[in-house]
Every structure is written in structure tokens, then in C-alpha cells.
Design a protein around this ligand. Structure first.
Ligand SMILES: Cc1cc2nc3c(=O)[nH]c(=O)nc-3n(C[C@H](O)[C@H](O)[C@H](O)COP(=O)(O)OP(=O)(O)OC[C@H]3O[C@@H](n4cnc5c(N)ncnc54)[C@H](O)[C@@H]3O)c2cc1C
Length: 475
């Protein structure tokens, strides 16, 4: 069937004739030799046929499944007609960085899991279609710059991850003079120095940052607020300050043996693959090593796949629940398996054991079984007494997730109210207990998905705008 036929097909029934397709992927042997992205784009004909499978539900659930409430059926209908630019404009109306969501969102748990077609056939490949449409718009220079007249009000954004960039973008679109302060020497947050490039290449983030800059946002890199510039001085220079400093503190790894040589935090290893070793620290070398990764989230599976690319002899993940309950996207799990990673489910590390030189030699684990649901709605992983076993290891990477970096107990940060986890407390406008200081992203809810950070950046921009216009005027 060619593209013309796809247009003629009644959308209600196209799915019966056209099976779901997934975008082309480089073969595992090729992709483990580098850190480049593994997927390429659909061709135009496939894109139109795949979009034409959408049955255009009257009450689309895919939109509910999207953190940003993207108008998915509307733009899919345009894609099926070959109107890619018009489709891109609909996507841009609800998403500040769709090219990044398309690459990173676990669509099979979000929009695609809600697709009605999933009940009768396979869901629409929404993420891959979105990526095609947005790359189409970028490649033709059709992504709007949309500069607006200045409104004379200024906002400082602290941190340039997805939440900070989105908030800056949204405020600039309302005429605010926005300056983003970033402690690193590039913008993008964890998208750049946390996530490995095989999921998202830095050039994609750089392209988005350049666009936000064209929209009038100023970036001050290498500037840590609290170290190089005080919060109070920002409050003196700007009408409002938005804190979006993320959640970067690795959850502690405290089992016996955790201090052996060869035991590292997984996030430190990932950062090193991007930025080189931390100042004064020896490099983390995985070439020819047996690597054991503890934890089954995005962080853990990214560590596994990066370890394979760094030449590890073996890369095994130990996860305390089963595959169905593993937090990582199953797409990334399948990619990891194709690349040679091993998974040991229903097991948890209880100690790390080493040789007489203090080098790690194995992870001691215990088998687990699933128990009742906990407060977060996840099954407890209950250790089975006496069911211990060992996994040989030259390197152990702990990847139990990231939490909010607590504010120092003294000094100006200590004035900002936080909860028991150190997350900043905000009101319905995203304002902290300090007037004119707002917060959002990982800093208020801990580690989460990029789509949630973008949604939060958008709602923070609305809150800041509301405060600076309506509420301040009434005060
Ligand atoms: C390994 C890994 C893999 C991931 N994979 C996925 C995935 O596949 N899909 C997905 O949806 N999400 C994924 N995520 C989560 C995603 O990266 C985060 O949700 C997102 O980056 C959070 O955005 P943020 O803006 O809140 O914070 P961040 O991205 O953390 O950005 C915060 C920024 O603030 C800066 N900063 C901190 N303190 C200061 C200061 N004092 N002054 C100035 N600047 C400061 C930091 O340098 C940083 O640039 C992953 C995360 C990790 C770590």
C-alpha cells in the first residue's frame, strides 16, 4: 500500500490492514561500539500509514496518558494527510521540548498504553511519530522563534534542566526578561550529564537551548547560585526567582563492603562518561570487567548499557522485584537485553565482598518474593531467609535512584521551607514560603520523568505570571 492509499483508507478500519511498525533501530553489535542514538526516523510513507491507523476516538485516552495532555488524535489525523508542519504546530502548543519527550518518555506506560487500539491490535507508535514530525519541522527551519514584546518584568531561573528551561521558555513567550543561571558550563541538566547519549544526543538538547536563547532568554553558565551569586542578590535584581535545581543526590548504598575498591554510585559513572573523572578522583574503568548494577530504574539500566559500551566483559543487573514491576521502560529493558545485559530478578544485594587487597570480588545477594503493595502502590520485595547466592563482580554500581540534594542547614537557603525528604514546599502558584521565590521540577518532587518536569515548568510559569500580574497588583 502506498501513501495515497493510506489517505483514502477509512481511519476507523485502517488498523485492520496496517500492522504497527516500530522505527528502524541499529543492530546491537553496531550500537554497542559507540554512544550514539540507536533509533532512526520512519520514512514519510510509513509515518502516514501508521498515523492513519488511529481510530480518532471521541474521548481519546492517549491524551490523558500524556503528562502534557498533547492533542494526539488531532495531530495524528494531520500526519495521516501528510500535513507534517501543521501537526508539529499542534504539538508545539502543549509541549516545550517534544523532540526530547519523543525520545525519552516511556510511551508504552503512558500515551501508548492508553491507546484504544491496544485492546484489538497494537497501539499507534505515538513516540516515534512525534519524533518524525518534530525533526521534520526542525529540518525545514519551521520551529517558531515567537519573540514577543518585553513586559518590563524580569525573572531569574536557577538550573537549566527540563523544568527550568520550560519555565524560562514559557515566561519569555509572555514577554518576561528571563536569565537562566546554571552551575555547569552547559545547559540541559541531567538530560546532558546524566542520561547517556545513546538515549538522547547532546546536540538535540543544544538545539533546543539555542532556540530558547533566540526567544530572548539569557544564559549565565558556570554560575552556581549560593556559591557565585547569592539568592538575596538575585532577589535584588529580579522581580521573581524560580528554583529548579533538580534531584541529584544518590540514594545511599550502605551494605557491608560498600566501601570496597570498585564500588561506585552509578550516577557518578554516568557523569564520568560525559565529563571525565571528578577532580582528584581516579577514573572508573570498566573495560574487561564483570560489572554488577544494583537497581532496575532508568539509572540502573542506563548504567548497564553504558558499561557494555565501555567494554565490560559482563554486565548484570540485580533487581528486587520482577520484570512486570521493574520501573525502567520495557523498551529500554529490551534494548539492554539485545545489547547483552543480563538481569537477575527477585534478588537484592545484602553485602559486597572483596579480596585481601580491598578490591570487590562479588555481590552477595538474597532471593526475594513479592509481598503486599506499599504506600507508593508497589509490591514489597521480601527477602527469603537462607536463600543467599553470590554474583562475581569486579565493579559494583549502586543505582537506587536520586533524591533532592538537601539545602545547607545554615545560611540563606535554610530560610526556604522543605519537607522531610528535603523537597521544597510550594503553594498552588509554585511559590515557596519566601515571597517572590518559586520552585519546581525535581526539586519539589524528587526524581521523576522528563515529561513531568516539563509539565511542572509550564505550571510554574503560569503561577509566576499569575503572581506577578494579578496577585501582586491586588496586594
Ligand atoms: C540516568 C538517568 C536516566 C534518565 N532517563 C530518563 C528517561 O529515559 N525518561 C525520562 O522521562 N526521564 C529520565 N530521567 C529523568 C530526567 O532526567 C529528569 O526527570 C529531569 O532531568 C529533571 O529535570 P529538572 O529540571 O527537575 O532537573 P535537572 O535536569 O536535574 O536540572 C537541574 C539543573 O540545576 C543545576 N543546578 C543545581 N544547583 C544549582 C545551583 N546552585 N546554581 C545553578 N544551577 C544549579 C544543575 O546543574 C542542573 O543543570 C533520567 C534521569 C537520570 C539520572
Amino acid at each position: 500500500m502506498n501513501a495515497a492509499t493510506a489517505v483514502r483508507t477509512n481511519p476507523k478500519y485502517a488498523w485492520r490492514e496496517v500492522k504497527r511498525a516500530d522505527p528502524p533501530k541499529r543492530p546491537p553489535t553496531e550500537r554497542i561500539a559507540d554512544f550514539r542514538e540507536i533509533y532512526s526516523l520512519f520514512d514519510e510513507e510509513t509515518v502516514r500509514k501508521q498515523a492513519g491507523r488511529c481510530v480518532q476516538c471521541e474521548q481519546p485516552r492517549c491524551t490523558i496518558g500524556c503528562a502534557l495532555g498533547n492533542h494526539i488524535p488531532q495531530w495524528l489525523a494531520l500526519v495521516a494527510e501528510g500535513k507534517f508542519q501543521e501537526a508539529a504546530e499542534i504539538i508545539f502548543s502543549t509541549s516545550n521540548m517534544p523532540e526530547i519527550c519523543a525520545r525519552l518518555c516511556p510511551q508504552e506506560r503512558l500515551c501508548e498504553s492508553m491507546c484504544t487500539l491496544g485492546e484489538k491490535s497494537d497501539p499507534i507508535p505515538i513516540g516515534a511519530l512525534e519524533k518524525f514530525v518534530i525533526e521534520y519541522a526542525f529540518n525545514r527551519g519551521c520551529v517558531p522563534v515567537r519573540r514577543v514584546a518585553p513586559n518590563g518584568v524580569s525573572v531569574a531561573v536557577v538550573g537549566s534542566g527540563p523544568a527550568g528551561l520550560t519555565c524560562a521558555d514559557e515566561l519569555a513567550l509572555r514577554g518576561y526578561a528571563v536569565t537562566v543561571f546554571e552551575s555547569k558550563n552547559y545547559a540541559g541538566g541531567l538530560l546532558v550529564y546524566g542520561l547517556p547519549s545513546f538515549k538522547l544526543e547532546k546536540s538535540i538538547v543544544d538545539r533546543r537551548v539555542a532556540l530558547i536563547e533566540k526567544r530572548g532568554v539569557t544564559f549565565r553558565l558556570n554560575t552556581a547560585i549560593g556559591r557565585d551569586v547569592t539568592l538575596d542578590s538575585l532577589l535584588g535584581q529580579f522581580d521573581a526567582v524560580f528554583l529548579s535545581m533538580g534531584a541529584h543526590k544518590p540514594k545511599p548504598f550502605t551494605v557491608p563492603g560498600a566501601i570496597l575498591k570498585g564500588v561506585h554510585q552509578g550516577v557518578d559513572y554516568l557523569v564520568e562518561t560525559k565529563l571525565g573523572p571528578a577532580p582528584g578522583a581516579p577514573p572508573i574503568v570498566l573495560t574487561g570487567k564483570r560489572v554488577v548494577v544494583l537497581g532496575g530504574g532508568e539509572l540502573g539500566v542506563d548504567c548497564l548499557r553504558a558499561a557494555i559500551r565501555s567494554g565490560a566483559k559482563k554486565a548484570a543487573c540485580i533487581y528486587r522485584r520482577d520484570l512486570d514491576n521493574m520501573p525502567v521502560s520495557h523498551r529500554e529493558y529490551r534494548n539492554a537485553v539485545e545489547e547483552g545485559a543480563e538481569f537477575i530478578f527477585l534478588a537484592s544485594a545484602v553485602a559486597v565482598e572483596g579480596d585481601s587487597n580491598g578490591n570487590v570480588r562479588q555481590a552477595r545477594c538474597v532471593r526475594t518474593r513479592l509481598g503486599n503493595l506499599d504506600a507508593q502502590g508497589r509490591h514489597e520485595a521480601i527477602p527469603i531467609p537462607g536463600a543467599e547466592f553470590v554474583v562475581p563482580a569486579d565493579v559494583v554500581l549502586a543505582a537506587y535512584g536520586l533524591a533532592v540534594t538537601p539545602f545547607p542547614q545554615k545560611g540563606e537557603w535554610s530560610r526556604i521551607a522543605v519537607n522531610d525528604s528535603g523537597a521544597v514546599i510550594v503553594d498552588e502558584n509554585h511559590m515557596t514560603n519566601l515571597p517572590r521565590v518559586f520552585a519546581g521540577g525535581g526539586q519539589i518532587f524528587g526524581a521523576n520523568l522528563v515529561g513531568i518536569g516539563i509539565r511542572d515548568g509550564r505550571s510554574a510559569a503560569q503561577g509566576i505570571h499569575r503572581y506577578l500580574t494579578v496577585l501582586k497588583a491586588a496586594a
